[in-house]
Design a binder for this molecule. Structure first.
Ligand code: DGY
Length: 329
């Protein structure tokens, strides 16, 4: 370990899961940890990052040029505790010679599990039914009590952005006998073909799917990918699931579409102005909400933490990062 490494300090903007925290301690690197309630205030982060060589950050931390300059020339690696890294200005990082890493591959199953949970809960009106029973409403078995969308055997699932998580969703959907169509570079892969996935363009996916599930990253190109026109292109009974990033959907257009019966229902784990949720969504019965818990499994969170620590330790030891993010031209 070089003397530069020995002196290096890693700032962590949250309390890492126990195992990952032990892993970080075992590296011998000096650390500073923000231990307050989640969400290190910006002013504190700008101070605490000064002179740090590594930074382990949350998706809710804005890692921009201002923050990198506040850290100063010592900063060599930003490890995002998430697979998505739209909160990091990767270009500004590249300009300053700072490596950015994320946590791909360790949360696909957890996120796919939650996607299926939202899909089933929304299509089969589980949360509405739960509220109804708890409210003490009188009921008896009735042919049309909380009738929803048949998921198994015949419904079509449209996966927007078939990547690792989308593929994990597809594997689960195949077990439900869903027909699957998808967009994205992997939609034409052998693995996709083996799962019976048909590659399509977005307009066909929207028009033919009973359930549309979003799995693309948030980029300038995918911001508001689903707006009023795309919602109108969907079936009036369609269910929209978003476990990716909120701003991929125009949330105000979604509120209107759900309210006016343009689409049938939505299952949402992410929001355009997170952690704020458009009030309109909260009053609609055909919406199931979760507070961005796609990767919230105990072992998954440990794996995310471990990967972030490994990335920081590798870079500060002068080795290649384990999972660097690509900087596109
Ligand atoms: C991610 O990793 O990008 C998820 O949104 C949170 O785990």
């Amino acid at each position: 370990m070089s003397s530069e490494t020995t002196d290096a300090r890693v700032h962590v903007t949250f309390e890492l899961p126990t195992g990952a925290a032990a892993e970080l301690a075992a590296t011998g690197l000096r650390t500073s940890v923000y231990a307050g309630p989640t969400g290190e205030p910006r002013s504190e982060l700008l101070q605490n990052v000064q002179g740090a060589s590594g930074l382990i950050a949350l998706l809710s931390d804005r890692i921009d040029a201002e923050l990198m300059d506040a850290a100063g020339p010592s900063l060599r690696v930003v490890a995002n505790f998430a697979v998505g890294y739209d909160n990091v200005d990767v270009r500004a990082a590249a300009e300053r010679g700072i490596l950015v890493t994320n946590t791909p591959g360790v949360l696909d199953n957890a996120t796919a599990d939650l996607t299926l949970a939202l899909l089933l809960a929304t299509a089969r009106r589980v949360v509405e039914s739960d509220r109804f029973v708890r409210a003490g409403n009188p009921w008896q078995w009735e042919p049309d009590l909380f009738v929803g969308l048949d998921v198994s055997g015949g419904a079509t699932l449209g996966i927007v952005g078939l990547g690792r998580i989308g593929m994990a969703v597809a594997r689960r959907a195949a077990a439900f006998d869903l027909r699957i169509v998808a967009t994205g570079s992997r939609a034409s892969s052998a693995e996709a073909a083996a799962l019976g996935i048909r590659p399509v363009e977005l307009p066909e996916l929207l028009a033919s799917s009973d359930v549309v599930s979003l799995h693309c990253p948030l980029t300038a190109e995918t911001r508001h990918l689903i707006g009023a026109a795309e919602l109108r292109a969907m079936k009036p009974t369609a269910v929209l699931i978003n476990t990716a990033r909120g701003p991929i959907v125009d949330e105000l257009a979604l509120v209107e579409a759900l309210r006016d019966g343009v689409i049938g229902a939505a299952g949402l784990d992410v929001y355009e102005w997170e952690p704020a949720v458009s009030p309109g969504l909260l009053t609609l019965p055909n919406v199931v909400t979760a507070p961005h818990i796609g990767s919230a499994g105990l072992a998954t969170r440990e794996r995310m933490g471990s990967l972030a620590v490994q990335n920081v330790a590798a870079v500060l030891a002068g080795q290649p990062a384990v999972t660097p993010v690509a900087v596109h031209a």
